[in-house]
Write a protein that binds this ligand. Sequence first.
Ligand SMILES: Cc1ncc(COP(=O)(O)O)c(C=O)c1O
Length: 400
Amino acid sequence: MKFSRRTHWNTEETALARALAARRRSALPVLDLTASNPTRCGIRYPDDLLEPFESNEILDYNPDPRGLRRAREAVSQYYAMKQVEIDPDRIVLTTGTSEAYSFLFRLLCNPGDEVLVPVPGYPLFDYLADAESVRLVAAPLVYDHGWQLDSAALEAEITARTRAVILVHPNNPTGHFTSSADSEQLFAICERHGLAVIVDEVFLDYPLESACDVASTTSFLDRNAPVPLFVVSGISKILGLPQMKVAWIAASNAATPIMQTAMERLEVLADSFLSVGTPVQVALPRWLPQRDAIQCQIGARVTANLKALDSALASQHVPWVSRLRAEGGWYAILRVPAVLPDEEAAALLLERGVWVHPGSFFALPSSGWMVVSLLTPAEEFSAGVQVLLESMAEIAENPA
Ligand SMILES: Cc1ncc(COP(=O)(O)O)c(C=O)c1O
C-alpha cells in the first residue's frame, strides 16, 4: 500500500508530549496552563441545555445542504444582535471550523495553491491545509505596542498561486483584533491580487481589556469588504460547547455573481457530506440565545486570571517575565528569559508540575516565549503561574 504525500506527517509523539503522558501515568499532579476545553474547566451550563434532544423533531430527517433554515436563521440572529445583517442564505453550517476551512480550501484552491496566514497563529492550520494539498505561506505579524499586520511583508509573499488570506480575529494566541486600518489595507491588497479573505471569528465574543479600541472588535461581516469574504465561527467558543460540533461559514452579502457561484459550490460541497447532525441543528435556535450565561463565566474567568497574572508579574523581584498586550481570546503570551530553547524550558516546568505551551507551538521564535491559557480554573492558574515565575527566575539567574 502507498500513502498520499499530503498525509506524510511525522506522527511520532514529541518528547514533551511523552513526558506529559508519563507524568499523568504516574499520577503526578499537573497544573495545566494549556487548558482550553471549557467542558473541563468548571463552566456551568444551563440546566435545560439538553431539552431540545427530548423533542420528536430530531427523529425527522429532512436535510438542507446548507443546514436547517431555522438553524441558519438563528446564526443570522446572532449577528443581528451585533448590528450585522447577514442573509441566512449566505450561511452554510459545518461540524466545526476545521470542516469550514476544508470546504473553503476545496472551494478556492487547486492542489499546490497557496493560502497566506499570519504567524504566530493557530497550529492546526498546517494539518488542515496539508489534508487539502494546499500550501500555507506564513505572513509574519509584527509586535509594536500590540500586534499588527505587516502589509508590505504579506503582499511580498503573494505569488501566482496565492488564492486567499486567512485572518483570525481576534487571533490565537496573540489575542489581537485586526484594526479597521489593517483590514482596509488587507482588502486593498486582496483586491489588487484577486484574493479571497477568510476570517476566523471564533473568539469574537471575548474581548479582553477595556483599553481595546471598540471599532476594532467588530465582525468582518460589517466592514464592507470589496473582495470575496468568508467568516467562519462556531459554538465551540461562542457557547463553550466544542463537543456539539456546530460551526458555520458566513459569506458576505455582496450581491456579486462570484459570491452567488461561491454559495452554489459550497452547497454542493456541503450536500456531499450532510455532516451536521439534525439534533444539534434543532437545538441551535434554543442554544444561541443562551450564550450570555456561558460567556459571562468564561469572560469572568479569563479576566480574573489575567488580573492574577498581572499581579504575579508585578510582584517579581526582577522582572524576568512579562506579558504581551492581549485584546481578546483565551490566551496570554509571556516573554521569558531566552536562555533555553522553549521546549526545554517547558520540559523543565513540567518536571516541576506545570504544563505550558512553548511559544514555538504557535510559531513564535524558538526561545523566549511561552503561551498560557486564561481558561484554567483560578486556583490552578495562580499556583501554576507562581511555579513558572520562580522557575524562570532560577533559570535566568543560574543559566547552565
Ligand atoms: C483560531 C481557532 N479557530 C478554530 C478553533 C476550533 O474551532 P472548532 O472547534 O469549531 O473546530 C480553535 C480552537 O482552539 C481556534 O483556536
